[in-house]
Design a protein around this ligand. Structure first.
Ligand SMILES: Cc1ncc(COP(=O)(O)O)c(C=O)c1O
Length: 355
């Protein structure tokens, strides 16, 4: 069967119109009034000259939060991951990552297309993590037939599931033994941190470089920070330029990131509680298959009944609930969905499933 779209379109046009309850992703959040005020107040300068005080403040703040020497503010998670990969690897070298990890499966093949980096996907465990034995087996011997294994790339959270420090350390220990560097795609690292009650810096300690998206659950409109050792981040800054991501008065955007770190981290627990409530409610409906085990942060994975899934989707859409269109659903809770919004969605599903 052909692969389905990684990001299917919404059910209707105007899917994220105000008033809609949009579960497609935590990327759909809009900056709220206080965040927009922070943008307005932001002091700015030309960041390519290193002159933007708000970008500099965000980079310093992110480096501290993630326990690294330095950080660089990128336009997106894709750009931050690619800047990291290009900084770690030369052409013909290999990146090892889990099957389904975003860096390999949903970033347009950038590492291979733009970096000549050879992707190697290994089995991803049920918790989204990698088994040390699988990492060991994937690392190539020093043999001219093979690419040079250079980088292990992790992801946490992965599909809404969290990996503990111990789990991350077990995989990275193998990489270290073979001289590989380690990158962590921490697009939703703060969700993992809040769910586990473990600091982001402890979760990132296993990796040389780590990304953190500000535009997902944290609610900023734009931006991902990449943090790591000062020399690697200096290289990544050059790669960001090469990728067209060096911006000028980007302090207006960085201000949103700072605001998000100040105000939108601890509240992620609300999204997790909403997701849990949604998962449990949906699991009681006839014919619905819900992966309760994987509902560890803000995502719910559901399989709708074979015979009436289209009718169910039509009904919930009419009730103002926006979902990706398909029998298998990922529903993502975020800052712009209240507990009332979850109740409305549950009621709509219930009516559709039992009518
Ligand atoms: C785990 C993960 N990493 C990276 C990205 C890329 O982020 P962006 O959409 O900002 O490029 C995403 C986007 O959804 C993601 O889910």
């Amino acid at each position: 069967m052909a692969m389905t779209s990684a990001y299917p379109a919404g059910a209707t046009s105007g899917a994220n119109a105000p008033g809609k309850i949009d579960f497609r992703s935590d990327t759909v959040t809009r900056p709220d009034a206080v965040m927009r005020e922070a943008m307005m107040r932001a002091e700015v300068g030309d960041d390519v000259y290193g002159d933007d005080p708000t970008v500099n403040a965000l980079e310093t703040r992110a480096a501290g939060l993630l326990g690294k020497e330095a950080a660089v503010y990128c336009a997106s998670g894709t750009q931050a991951n690619l800047s990291a990969m290009l900084s770690h690897c030369q052409r013909g070298e290999e990146i090892i990552a889990g099957h389904g990890y975003h860096v390999l499966s949903a970033e347009a093949g950038g590492c291979a297309a733009l970096g000549g980096i050879v992707p190697c996907a290994i089995r991803t465990g049920a918790d989204g993590g990698l088994d040390p034995d699988d990492v060991e087996a994937a690392i190539k011997p020093d043999d001219p037939h093979y690419p040079i294994s250079r980088l292990l790339s992790l992801e946490n959270t992965m599909g809404g599931r969290v990996q503990s420090v111990e789990r991350l350390n077990a995989a990275t220990a193998v990489a270290r033994r073979h001289g590989l560097s380690v990158h962590l795609d921490g697009a939703r690292l703060m969700n993992a941190s809040v769910a586990l009650g473990v600091s982001a810096s402890d979760l990132a300690a296993c990796a040389d470089t780590v990304t953190l998206c500000l535009s997902k659950g944290l609610g900023a409109p734009v931006g991902t920070v990449l943090a790591g050792p000062a020399d690697v981040i200096a290289r990544a800054r050059r790669q960001r330029k090469l990728l067209g991501g060096a911006m000028r008065q980007s302090g207006v955007l960085a201000a949103c990131g700072l605001h998000a770190l100040d105000h939108n981290v601890t509240r992620l627990a609300e999204d997790h509680a909403n997701a849990r409530h949604l998962a449990e409610g949906l699991s009681e409906l006839p014919g619905f298959e819900i992966d309760l085990e994987s509902c560890q942060t803000n995502m719910v994975f559901a399989r709708l009944p074979a015979d009436n899934w289209r009718a169910i989707l039509d009904h919930v859409d009419e009730a103002g609930v926006t979902l990706s269109r398909g029998r298998e659903l990922r529903l993502v809770c975020h800052k712009d969905i209240t507990s009332d919004g979850v109740e409305i969605a549950l009621q709509a599903f219930q009516q559709a499933a039992t009518s």
